[in-house]
Design a binder for this molecule. Structure first.
Ligand code: ADP
Ligand code: ADP
Length: 226
């Protein structure tokens, strides 16, 4: 089963082709890392797959739906229901507790507050942060914030978890905890797409490496995870 399919995707910003004919397929259960120098189109790729931006030409299919043809309203719903996202700087809401940050993701898809809270509590247990649930983001370490962000991303059991430099703002120990978490998630079947500069992250967590250069896929390889 294919979770992500890009066919001949081109994205132009004025004169610049940020993506210059990218075709990529990610199957369910794969963990794909995208690497490449700054400016090569990695964020643009992630934005296409997340439905945050549209291709100039080409097709973007995620979880069986053509994102390039969807209205903005349906894209917003699609993202909430089927995608989880984690970011370098966590993107938690500062004025909500850790638990409320996570529960909100389910409430935004229409779950009743009690159901959302129960699912959030379950994830806090699973991710080993149960004792942090009532703290606000400012009181959490970087590693804890990222685990809260992972919990939020998993709330709606997404078909795909997208990670944009998930260890980029963490010290090496916290970074390793987040890597271990991503590995565990992939081992229980979570499909991952990770964009990173971090070789160790790619080699530890990914089953396949896609190397970008100048808006194109320059190389692809299968990884034996260490
Ligand atoms: P990366 O994430 O690999 O650093 P990006 O996808 O951010 O690369 O950028 C690819 C190219 O597209 C770069 O030349 C960048 O300057 C350009 N670009 C990206 N986003 C925009 C935008 N919103 N407007 C104009 N140019 C952009
Ligand atoms: P709004 O409709 O007010 O723009 P959003 O639905 O975009 O609200 O999201 C509200 C908050 O929840 C944001 O901080 C956003 O980053 C987060 N969020 C929403 N959906 C997800 C998701 N699938 N994964 C991770 N965070 C999400």
């Amino acid at each position: 089963e294919t979770v992500v399919r890009l066919d001949g995707v081109r994205k132009e910003y004025g004169e610049t082709a940020a993506l210059d004919g990218v075709s990529l397929r990610i199957r369910r259960g794969e963990a794909v890392a995208v690497m490449g120098p700054s400016g090569c189109g990695k964020s643009t790729l992630l934005n296409m797959v997340a439905g945050l931006d549209r291709p100039t030409s080409g097709e973007v299919t995620v979880h069986g739906e053509r994102l390039d043809l969807m209205s903005e309203t349906r894209l917003a719903l699609f993202r909430r229901h089927h995608l989880g996202m984690i970011f370098q700087f966590f993107n938690l809401l500062d004025d909500l507790s850790a638990l409320d940050n996570v529960a909100l993701a389910a409430q935004l898809t229409g779950s009743p507050a009690g159901t959302a809270r129960r699912r959030a509590l379950e994830l806090f247990d699973e991710l080993g942060i149960a004792d942090r649930r009532d703290l606000y983001p400012a009181a959490l370490s970087g590693g804890e914030r990222q685990r809260v962000a992972v919990a939020r991303a998993l709330m709606n059991r997404p078909a795909l978890l997208l990670a944009d430099e998930p260890t980029g703002a963490l010290d090496s120990r916290a970074g390793e905890q987040v890597m271990d978490l991503l590995i565990d998630l992939n081992q229980i079947g979570q499909t991952l797409l990770i964009v990173t500069h971090d070789e160790r992250l790619a080699h530890r967590c990914a089953s396949r490496l896609v190397e970008f250069a100048d808006g194109r896929i320059a190389a692809e390889s299968t990884l034996d995870r260490v």
